[in-house]
Design a protein around this ligand. Sequence first.
Ligand SMILES: Cc1cc2nc3c(=O)[nH]c(=O)nc-3n(C[C@H](O)[C@H](O)[C@H](O)COP(=O)(O)O)c2cc1C
Length: 183
Amino acid sequence: MKILAFAGSNSNASINKKLVTHTASFFDNHSVEILDLNDYEMPLFSVDKIAKTGMPEVALDFAKKIDESDLLLISLAENNGSYTTAFKNIYDWISVVPDRKAFGNKPIFILASSPGPRGGLTVLETAKNTFPHFGANVIETFSLPNFYANFNEENGIVNEAFITELESKINSVKNHFSELNKE
Ligand SMILES: Cc1cc2nc3c(=O)[nH]c(=O)nc-3n(C[C@H](O)[C@H](O)[C@H](O)COP(=O)(O)O)c2cc1C
């Protein structure tokens, strides 16, 4: 299984990149690629730019990465209750790549974390409810609240309840693929 993982953040110290990298480490017998949104910086989305200069090559590259994967792991950062500008900009561009949907009809495990007690639940709920309209098959969601109390660089998640929850959701994602392979 080819896994594409990224955080919905362009912060160099992104806590969501840490969470998604940690989550991806549970899929160690699969091919995992972790993208950084900074490597896919695109012009500010504009319908006028599409008309004038067409699609940026980098947007096509990002969409191709999605199309070539079997599973997406995305951990969303929350800014003002919504997606970060960096993520939304890429999202809008890839949503207008012709003949495909933004998430390429791929299975997705959506995560979110924040330093606060809601753990990015607002953006996570938005994504869970709306990504399916844009070609996402949402298999599981997971939110890690109070990131700095519940995660450290050395061990990953340190709270037992959240470890159990994440591992159970990872197993459910893996089972999804085992079932598909049986068909
Ligand atoms: C402009 C801005 C708005 C934010 N709004 C929220 C918010 O609505 N909810 C929240 O939980 N955290 C909010 N935060 C805090 C982010 O969750 C925090 O910066 C987190 O580290 C972002 O994730 P990242 O490190 O993966 O980029 C905000 C931060 C910034 C800079």
